[in-house]
Design a protein around this ligand. Structure first.
Ligand code: WT7
Length: 647
């Protein structure tokens, strides 16, 4: 393993930061020595209708997994994001919205956001949505997406945001699993100058969703759409009909806040369930400390609200802290590859949080598009979603941040609710490519495949030994799957699915997934989902999907496909298979490479040897291991001979 350089903490930053290095060590120690005491103190950072007296009730034992935090208190997530700030921040900016078109932007104050959310909450109630009901949100990146989430939280409805890039089929299966009553969508989205037919996709999806009673439609582009009277409602018309008085529902700490679907190594995406109080405490605290957020700063997380990053670090975390959060509708390269840097200058962004895949794409454009902007407002840079390669890290730090801004490489997951391992700007010397040290209360452990703890500098599978308030509580409607997926591999511990190295300094280096989950441009996808889409084609007999290293995307999708007898491979068929993945899942699921193979390597009991397929996809077959146990060892020669990924 090549050693990388260390970037020391800047004195000036440390001096003004919430947490400096000695404070980090002190607080971390306290958080793991006395979790109850630590979280009892930090649980007070949110507003409680009824304060909690019980802090933690957790069992990671597979016979009875349960996780409860602050569980006799009552609170409301929306109240914490809006109402609480009104006395001091009514006229201060809660949301800066920057449209796809660089000429379009808006500032929304806390007072305005509050009024809009109250009205929307009253619309939901008027349409029969109540506490515990599910509402699916399928929206572009407009302020109404955040309002929709907050309005649900306000009345105790559980939101399920579905990324606007997902297909009608994916949307339908998520609506069905959640048994949602309502969809909130827009006529069309707008990204990079192109329209996204959200309402049309919703129409298609809800034909198969009998639980949907109403579709509430935000007018974004004014493009022509179909309309079903009695079911479809215009957002602006309904809001005009109701009052702006809607007290926040008093929720139990452990009442569900939202469900968010994410891919696993098997089966359909699962509904990750997060509850109210612990989640709010954790996202607010991490947003403050990890981005060293100070009052009055402009904070921009470039994620989509369809992912957990958007939930925790565009909406709930920053708003709980009374921050100014920027919502950007567009894409990094429209109208030019300077767009992000121009947005930073236009709105004087202080904290910028993005993904390695975006950094690599912008790095490819050279320094020109960056250098023609000032970026002098920038103070802190963040990254999330996949391991960042040191070259991209250095470019981010040196070129974008002009060596002035610490880079926080934040490791976490949909399941963890918030950031788990990350530098703190004033406390942690950084090493390019390392997520560095655990956040307060987080106890990472590295285990070997038998579950033995590995100490010191080592490498293995990453588990977390004890609960933290932002942890997911269950898989929606399938607690058994929750237990199976996260608590059965290594009893008594939460298993992350990631591989990890720890160096001599106790720094963590995430090496990527160790299960059959891909990370393509920071988007998580199960190989099984893509395989299921491919085998729907009637010419396909069998499919196996693996990841391979991809310069821009981190991982690319490599699909091995065997055809039914008598069918011939063709470019036309390749295209049909691509289209099928797009239709079944969404554009992000299109294979980068499809290899037609007469056979797949299988054991004599019929199990596909994925390890071999992965090696071939990586263009590395020096070390295929023992292939003699295969039912037909000759298939491997054919696979190598016809591989698609020649280095
Ligand atoms: C998986 C979780 C958490 C928000 C975005 C993705 C990978 C995430 C990092 C990082 C290395 C990372 C892991 C993880 N990942 N952040 N900083 N360094 N890997 O959420 O879709 O639930 O994906 O993303 O493999 O398990 P997600």
């Amino acid at each position: 393993m090549t050693e990388v350089e260390t970037y020391q903490v800047d004195d000036e930053i440390a001096k003004n930061a919430w947490v400096d290095e000695p404070t980090y060590f002190k607080m971390y120690q306290q958080s793991v020595d006395d979790p109850e005491g630590f979280w009892a103190e930090h649980g007070k950072r949110i507003h409680w209708f009824k304060p909690f007296s019980k802090v933690k009730d957790v069992n990671f034992g597979a016979n009875d997994v349960h996780i409860r935090w602050f569980y006799d208190g009552t609170t409301n997530a929306c109240y914490n994001c809006l109402d609480r700030h009104l006395p001091e921040k009514k006229d201060e900016t809660a949301i800066i919205w920057e449209g796809d078109d660089p000429h379009e932007s808006r500032h929304i104050s806390y007072g305005e956001a509050y009024e809009e959310v109250c009205r929307l909450a009253n619309v939901l109630k008027a349409q029969g949505v109540g506490k515990g009901d599910r509402v699916t949100i399928y929206m572009p990146m407009v302020p109404e997406a955040a309002y929709a989430m907050l309005a649900c939280a306000r009345i105790g409805a559980i939101h399920s945001v579905v990324f606007g890039g997902f297909s009608p089929d994916s949307l339908a299966s998520r609506i069905q699993d959640a048994e949602a009553k309502m969809v909130i969508t827009a006529d069309e989205g707008l990204r990079g100058g192109r329209k996204v037919p959200l309402k049309k996709n919703t129409d298609e999806a809800v034909t198969n969703c009998p639980t949907i009673e109403k579709v509430l439609v935000v007018r974004r582009t004014g493009g022509s759409i179909e309309w079903e009277d009695g079911r479809d409602l215009w957002y602006h018309e309904e809001l005009a009909k109701v009052s702006d008085d809607c007290p926040a529902e008093e929720m139990d700490a452990e009442d569900p806040l939202f469900v968010l679907y994410t891919s696993g190594s098997t089966g359909k995406p699962k509904g990750v369930l997060h509850t109210t109080a612990g989640y709010m405490v954790f996202v607010a605290m991490t947003q403050q400390y990890i981005f060293d957020y100070h009052d009055g700063e402009v904070y921009w997380c470039t994620a989509d609200v369809g992912w957990v990053t958007g939930h925790s670090y565009i909406v709930y975390g920053p708003l709980a802290n009374g921050a100014t959060t920027l919502i950007f509708e567009g894409v990094p390269n429209y109208p030019s590859p300077s767009r992000h840097w121009e947005v930073i200058d236009k709105h004087k962004v202080n904290i910028y949080y993005t993904a390695p895949t975006a950094i690599r794409a912008l790095m490819r454009e050279g320094e020109g598009p960056v250098k023609k902007t000032s970026r002098k407002s920038l103070r802190i840079l963040g990254t999330v979603g996949e391991p960042i390669n040191p070259e991209a890290w250095r470019w981010y730090h040196d070129v974008v941040g002009e060596k002035r801004c610490p880079v926080v490489d934040t490791w976490w997951q949909t399941e963890t609710g918030g950031i788990m391992i990350s530098p703190l700007p004033g406390a942690t010397p950084q090493k390019p490519g390392s997520a560095t040290r655990p956040f307060f209360g987080i106890k990472p452990v590295i285990v070997d495949s038998d579950g033995h703890h590995l100490e010191g500098a080592t490498q293995g599978n990453l588990c977390i030994a004890d609960s933290w308030p932002g942890q997911m509580r269950t898989v929606y409607g399938d607690h058994e799957r929750f237990v199976q997926t996260y608590f059965s591999s290594y009893p008594g511990k939460y298993f992350t699915g990631d591989g990890c190295r720890r160096d001599e300094d106790g720094y963590y280096w995430i090496t990527g997934r160790v299960d059959d989950v891909l990370n393509v441009s920071g988007h998580r996808m199960g190989t099984a989902e893509i395989e299921s889409a491919l085998v729907l084609h009637d010419k396909v007999a069998e499919a196996a999907v693996v990841g391979y290293p991809h310069d821009l995307k981190g991982q690319g999708i490599y699909a091995y496909v065997t055809l039914v007898a008598g069918e011939e491979p063709s470019e036309a068929l390749r295209k049909e298979l691509n289209d099928l993945c797009r239709k079944e899942i969404g554009p992000i699921a299109k294979p980068d490479l499809i290899q037609f193979a007469p056979g797949l390597p299988k054991t004599r009991s019929g199990k596909i040897m994925r390890r071999i397929l992965r090696k071939i996809a990586e263009d590395d077959f020096s070390n295929l291991g023992d292939t003699t146990t295969l039912a037909d060892p000759t298939v491997v020669d054919d696979l190598i001979e016809n591989r698609m990924n020649r280095g």
